[in-house]
Every structure is written in C-alpha cells, then in structure tokens.
Design a protein around this ligand. Structure first.
Ligand code: ADP
Ligand code: SF4
Length: 694
C-alpha cells in the first residue's frame, strides 16, 4: 500500500522531533535492549540493528555498554567500551544503525553496586559500598568511592563519550534505570548514604549527574545529544520514588536533551503480557512532560498504532519507546507508515528474548524467528531465501512449527499443503491462548494465519488427520511432520526418570486435559510441577478458579524457577500465594495412592502423606512422532517423496519460540546446498594477539 493511503490520524507518528542538536526523523524510538550477543557476537548484533534501521525506526540504541572494567556484569553479555580497541565494532554498529536515516545511540553504563566484576576481578566501586545487588547474590561487596574515585569515574565517562563520538554515534544514553546504573544509585537515598557533597539533599544526590552531563557536552563539543534513562519509580521507603523523580525533573528539566523513562525494576519495566498490559507505565509517566521542555520517551510494549497515537496526542509521550515490539517486528514503523497493519508481527510479551540475556545464550524471539540470525544465518525478518529447485511440500500439523514453515515456504513460492487434525490453526497456541493471562500468545497463530491466507500457493486443510497411507498418496516432494507433543501423566520429567507407582483409583490429569476442559472441578488437588516454567502456575490458577484447593508440589526451592529468566518468577510465586495455593517446595511425590500422594523431602528424604481427590502432573511432554516413524518405515522414496523431516515439539518439545524457529529453519533451508559437517551458523572468534617472545 503506498504511503499516502495511511489514515491521516497516524501522521503524527511520523513527525520529525528534535533531540538537542539532532533531529529524529519520526517518533519511533528503539530503546536500549540486550540481546545475549554483545561483545561476543559483534556482527550478529550489528546486522540485527541494521534490520531496525531498514524497518524505519527514527532512533536506534545499543544495549548497555560497559565503560570501564571496574564495573561489569558477567555472566551477562553486554557491550564493552573499555579502550580504543572496542571502537571498530561499535563504529560498525553506528554505521548500520544510521544506514536508513535513523539516529544512532549508545547506552553507557557503569553498574556500581550492581557489578560483581567476576571477569575483570577489579574491586567494585559504588556510591555507598555494600553487597553487590545482583540477581545471583554474588558473595562480593563494593567499596565506597572516595572523591578521587569520583574524579576517576568522571574521566572514564569522558573517555567513553569521546570514543562514542569517534565511533560515529549521534546520541548518548546515560543509564540510570532498573536499579542497574550508577546514576540511579547516586539519585536514590536507598543506595546513596553519603554524607559529602554527593549525598543528602536531592540537589547533592544529583551533583554527579550534573557534572557528568556537563562533561559530556564539553567532551563532545555539544555535538551529541544526551539522553537520561531513569526509572520512573524505585520501591521502598528510601527508593527514588515517582514523586522524587518528578521533583528531580522539575529542578533539572533541561539537563539532558531527552528524558527516557522506564518503569522501575527491569521486572516491572519488562513485565510479561501475563501480568502487564500494553501501556502499563502510563500512570507513572503522565504529567512529566509538563515539567520539562525536553522530549519524553517511554515504553509500554506498544504494538497498537492507535495506542501510540493516543500516547502522543494526549501529551503523555513525545516518542514511542520500544524494545520488545522492535524485536518482534523490526519493521513496525514501516508497516504503520505504509498502512500495512495486518502485517504487523505483534510481540506476545513472553520474554523469551530476555531469557537469552539471562542465560548467556543468544536471544531468540518467539515471533521474529530471524532475530539474532540476521548475520549468523543470513535470515531477515521480512525476506526469505528465493525458491529452490523443488516444488511441493506437505506440512502436517498447524502448530507454531507447521504454521511458520507454511508461512515461509509459501512466501518462498512453494506449493504448500498444510494438514491439521483439529478444527483451528495454532496447535498448542490455540489451546494455551485460552489459559489465564496468555491470550496474547494467540498472536503467534494469528500473524501466521493472516500471512498465509492471501497466498494462493498455500492450501490449508482442517479436520484432516493424516495417516502414513495418506502421506504417501499425497504426492508431495517433501514432507515436514510438525505433529507436536502431549503432556505425560506418569510424573516422568527431571526428578523421576521413570514412572512412579500409581494407584488406578486416583484420577490423574495433565495440562492437556485441563486445557480441553476436563480434570477436577473442585476438591483437593495435588499439582506436581517438575516443568519449572509457566504451565504449573497457570494450571493452578485454572484449578483455583474452578473452586479446587490446590496443593502445589515442586522439587525446587521456589516455584517456576526457570521463569527467573523471563523475569516472572517472583510475580508467579506472589500470585500463587495470594490465591492461597499451598506450596510444598523441595518435595516430590514418591507414589500416587488411591486417596493421597506420598511426598518425599528432597533434602532429608522424610516422607509425608498428602490426602487429595485428584492429581495434575505438569512434568514433561512426549513427542507425537508416531506418524513420522510410520512414514519412515515405509518405502516413501518409491512414492516420489524426497525428504521426510520431523520438526518442532514432535522432534523435541520446548517453548513455542523453539517451534517457530524449527519451522523457519526447515523452510529456509529447503533446497539449500548440503553443508555437510560445516557449522550451521557464522561466528566470530576472539582475535589472537601475537605470542610474547619467550
Ligand atoms: P509445535 O509446537 O511443534 O508446532 P503443536 O503441538 O503446537 O506443535 O502442533 C502440532 C499440531 O499437529 C496440532 O495442532 C495437532 O492437532 C496436529 N497433528 C498431530 N497429528 C496430526 C496428524 N496425523 N495429521 C494432521 N495434524 C496432526
Ligand atoms: Fe516479544 Fe516474546 Fe519476541 Fe520477546 S520473545 S520480543 S516478548 S514475542
């Protein structure tokens, strides 16, 4: 659709806005976000940012860039700007960001009380010393900075400003949000207990920030724009509260060139859709614009163009800040600009991207399968490889894997037949979207269904359960089997590698039963969670809503342990406790009796008996691969089939992002030359310095 067919009410999003000495071409502002690649995978990050430039963002930022080895957050992989040798990688980044007219920004971070320095082994320096406040309770304390240290830190910031300018960036973002950046540690009475001129009154606590911003302007000759990224609210009696943030902005309205305001903790700022709606920080940010003449940017997992317009028109924000929406759809601005609203790939708010940073892996995105594969594999969020030599593909199963494969192969130009047993498209997503808090997950199916619909070369057959005979008779050249998985009922997962003794008199259910509307409708239910992610707690919520008394049994010391990586663990545990779910932590069932479950303590081995009316096992899933094996057992080559491939949960059950990735990979690599044992992705290897002479 040409640009001028976009309804005029969205035009406001495309107005240029001044940020100090720079002019942003529109109001789409990709705030700094991590990606698990950082200094380890520089070119992968460069190409990821380049797709955002191509997708029309007006401002694009790096992730947090650590300015000095006295403050680093290993094991998390961010950027480094420790000396001049870091400049070339960052220069390549800035060039990529600016390649389509965006402003290139670098976020500079000094973590203070948040940096354990596990790699650099330097003594951590903080505004006020004390134990390092990381997620991981590192047994390390920071030393309180004296005046000489503060002078050093100003110089290190100056070095970083100079190097950032040398690398070609337009904007500097000073990190003082999420409790992670030292600028916030200075501002907050919780972390600043100093009695010198840098502590005490708000005026004093803001001194370092004023000095650093002055230094930045001087060092960059006023040519770079300065953004200050602040938390909108720090909890606790002494935290830098929303009221104090407002006082501070009123006192220092003109200090930075733009105010980048981000909720409170990272958990609060990047809440999942299960717990936080779009525009969740509105109450905290409303009215701040009136306190300053400088533009304000805020986040809120914005994917709706109408919501974005409302944020601007009602004077809440000047820029639409986005991290996750820009990951899920780097072309969000362009699609809005061209009025292609149905093509927007909306973020589902699952935080699988965050888990890439938290685990030290490389981030992936449930929705954007190309995320962080732009360079490693040459994938693109909007374009795919041209069609290869073969013509037809049969895909069985329309879950996330099958749908993504059909979508990509359809756009590549193959004749695609997608067969699905059920009467809806989406597989597990069609079921899980009905669970409490997970409705946004349906976007995985909606986006792909919408993209496939207009493609004449993709035929979709619902209500079509295929057998091996059917597959052989269909005449497709390639067959992808994406038939999914189902939850087990025999307690087998991580702790129990074999089924436990179970009395047939006890009704035992799985999440599949509950999602299908079956399972207990009341009474006392033991829910055994050896999955450790979201499903156990979501099923507990369903059972509570049905009037069941839920006994939540989990071998870990906390519920939903893996959800630390999606920043949800604490919220999940709170939710269960508020729902009066009884938690039996560090415990696991040894046997299911006719009217009770025998529990064993993981530490002492002591057993106890927990009477119940039913049991729900949230443990592990069994791949539905029978069709695959049945086809493989036949002479499929004689039927003209060139390949039969198992993908997604049917190959190995995992989160939805793994299934969409498997679908993309199958579709992208069909007809590609066989690479043999070659590494399936590109990587960079640390530069070897010349060996010292002995
Ligand atoms: P994934 O996450 O790997 O995409 P899902 O479980 O979400 O897996 O989806 C698998 C889909 O495959 C389900 O919708 C299921 O109904 C469908 N399916 C399973 N077996 C068959 C079959 N024999 N023929 C057609 N569809 C099937
Ligand atoms: Fe959104 Fe999930 Fe993708 Fe992150 S991984 S950008 S939360 S869809």
């Amino acid at each position: 659709m040409p640009k001028d067919t976009r309804p005029t009410r969205y035009d406001v999003l495309f107005e240029p806005v001044r940020i100090g000495p720079k002019l942003a071409k529109n109001r789409f502002y990709q705030v700094p976000h991590c990606n698990g690649g950082g200094y380890r995978d520089p070119s992968a990050v460069v190409e990821m940012r380049r797709t955002k430039a191509e997708g029309g963002w007006g401002v694009i930022f790096t992730e947090q860039t650590e300015i000095h080895p006295t403050s680093e957050i290993t094991p998390f992989i961010e950027q480094h700007l420790w000396d001049d040798r870091d400049i070339p990688a960052l220069a390549r980044m800035a060039e990529a960001m600016k390649s389509h007219g965006a402003l290139a920004g670098i976020q500079l971070a000094y973590s203070g009380i948040n940096g354990p320095n596990l790699y650099s082994r330097e003594v951590p320096l903080a505004v006020t010393g004390g134990p390092i406040l990381t997620f991981t309770s590192d047994p390390v304390q920071a030393r309180t900075m004296d005046r000489a240290d503060i002078r050093d830190l100003r110089r290190w910031f100056r070095n970083a400003f100079r190097r950032s300018q040398q690398a070609g960036f337009d904007l500097i973002c000073l990190y003082g949000a999420h409790g992670f950046g030292i600028l916030q540690h200075f501002l907050s009475r919780a972390t600043n207990q100093r009695t010198d001129e840098y502590g005490g009154s708000l005026e004093n606590r803001a001194r370092f920030l004023r000095e650093v911003i002055e230094d930045a302007r001087e060092e960059t000759k006023g040519e770079m724009a300065i953004s200050l990224r602040l938390s909108l609210h720090e909890a606790g009696d002494l935290g830098f509260s929303n009221a104090e943030v407002r006082d501070f902005i009123e006192m220092h309205g003109d200090l930075p060139d733009i105010w980048d305001l981000a909720h409170g903790t990272w958990e609060a700022c990047s809440g999942t859709s299960r717990f936080k709606p779009e525009a969740a920080q509105e109450d905290l940010v409303r009215g701040i614009k009136a306190l300053t003449s400088k533009p304000v940017v805020g986040v809120g997992r914005f994917t709706s163009a109408d919501e974005m317009v409302r944020q601007i028109r009602s004077g809440i924000l000047d820029f639409i800040g986005a991290a996750r929406p820009s990951i899920a759809d780097p072309f969000l601005p362009k699609k809005i600009e061209e009025g292609r609203f149905d093509d927007i790939r909306e973020c589902i708010g699952c935080n699988i991207c965050v888990s890439g940073d938290m685990t030290g892996g490389i981030s992936r995105c449930t929705q954007n399968t190309a995320f962080m594969e732009e360079w490693r594999k040459g994938w693109h969020p909007e374009r795919m490889a041209p069609k290869g030599r073969s013509d037809s593909v049969l895909i069985i199963g329309a879950g996330p894997a099958g749908l993504e494969a059909a979508h990509i192969l359809g756009k590549r130009g193959y004749q695609v037949t997608l067969a699905e047993t059920g009467t809806t498209l989406g597989g597990r997503v069609a079921r899980e979207r009905t669970l409490p808090g997970l409705s946004a997950w349906g976007r995985v199916a909606d986006y792909r269904t919408g993209q496939i619909a207009p493609l004449p070369n993709v035929q979709t057959y619902l209500d079509s359960r295929l057998s091996a005979d059917d597959v052989l008779a269909m005449g497709a050249q390639h067959v992808a089997i994406a038939t999914g998985a189902h939850w087990r009922r025999d307690a087998v997962a991580r702790l129990h590698l074999h089924p436990i003794p179970t009395d047939a008199a006890m009704p035992v259910f799985s999440p599949d039963d509950i999602m299908a509307g079956g399972g207990p409708m009341g009474g006392r239910v033991v829910l055994y969670d050896d999955d450790h992610f979201y499903m156990g707690s979501v099923i507990a919520e369903v059972l509570v809503a049905r009037g069941c008394r839920v006994e939540f049994v989990c071998p870990a010391v906390k519920v939903a342990e893996w959800a630390e990586n999606t920043l949800e663990q604490a919220t999940i545990q709170r939710r269960l406790m508020e729902l009066d779910v009884t938690l039996h932590l560090s415990k696991a069932p040894e046997a299911v009796l006719g009217d009770a479950v025998t529990l064993a303590c993981l530490w002492t081995g002591r057993t106890s008996t927990l009477p119940c009316d039913a049991v729900v096992m949230v443990t592990s899933r069994r791949p539905d691969d029978a069709l695959y094996h049945a086809v493989r057992a036949r002479n499929w080559a004689a039927a003209g089939i060139q390949s039969v491939t198992l993908i997604g949960d049917a190959a190995a059950p995992a989160p939805i992002a793994w299934a969409t990735y498997a679908g993309r990979r199958y579709a992208e690599e069909l007809d590609a030359p066989d690479r043999g044992d070659a590494l399936p992705f590109r990587r960079e290897i640390a530069e070897l310095l010349p060996q010292d002479p002995a």
